[in-house]
Design a protein around this ligand. Structure first.
Ligand code: FE
Length: 227
């Protein structure tokens, strides 16, 4: 497998490029609009053909590259069924499989950070978007975020995956790049709660400032970053 973890500094966003082999089909997870040319260059250099561009949820902290990538490559844009972004060409349901060459990506509905948040599971790794971060979890205080739903997504779905499964998040603010389910279970401070109530109270008391780009990014992302 060909795998690249790309980083966008302004919003500390990770974008993932995945392909089965050089010369084959590729997909991107959570591309950032400003980085589109970089992705296109890398795809060219690796002799890949971009077939899917996927957003894990409607982002509030950066503008998506989905629309620009579709214009440049005719790739299929994908989000979860609950997304209000009417611009995407394919909306996946919980459990649906996305296929490129021999690779399979299974959509896992993990609401809580937003009500349209999805994770994507491959054989040995899971892309957790902003649901599960390394030693953290995504905030739940806007865009229909819901700490109770997030608790269920974490404890009822993501943490039930095998302990050795690699965790690739949508962001990192401290320089962590990858973790595992087992490592997060043991060492993620947000996951050391004894009850759903305790988790919900912790999340309600975070009192974070809104992302700088929120008023621009959310409306732009509802039209795939093309405004
Ligand atoms: Fe987010």
């Amino acid at each position: 497998m060909l795998f690249r973890q790309l980083f966008e500094r302004e919003s500390s966003t990770y974008t993932y490029l995945i392909a089965a082999r050089k010369g084959g089909e590729a997909l991107l997870i959570d591309p950032v609009k400003e980085e589109t040319n970089k992705y296109l260059q890398l795809i060219r250099e690796l002799d890949l053909r971009l077939v899917f561009a996927i957003d894990t949820h409607v982002h509030a902290d950066h503008v998506t590259g989905l629309g620009d990538l579709r214009n440049a490559t005719s790739c299929v844009t994908i989000m979860g069924a609950q997304s209000r972004a009417e611009c995407v060409s394919r909306k996946v349901q919980d459990g649906e499989i996305i296929r490129i060459d021999g690779l399979e990506l299974r959509a896992l509905y993990t609401p809580g950070h937003t009500d349209d948040s999805y994770s994507f599971v491959m054989s040995d790794r899971v892309f957790t978007g902003d649901t599960l971060l390394i030693r953290g979890t995504g905030r739940t205080d806007f865009q229909n975020g819901d700490p109770e739903a997030q608790f269920d997504s974490l404890f009822g779905k993501l943490l039930k995956l095998p302990d050795e499964m690699l965790v690739y998040p949508g962001h990192d603010y401290k320089g962590w790049t990858v973790s595992t389910i087992g490592e997060e279970k043991a060492h993620n401070p947000r996951l050391q709660v004894r009850s759903k109530q305790e988790y919900v109270e912790m999340m309600r008391n975070l009192k974070l400032a809104n992302p700088k780009l929120m008023d621009v990014a959310v409306p732009a992302n509802l039209s795939c970053g093309l405004t």
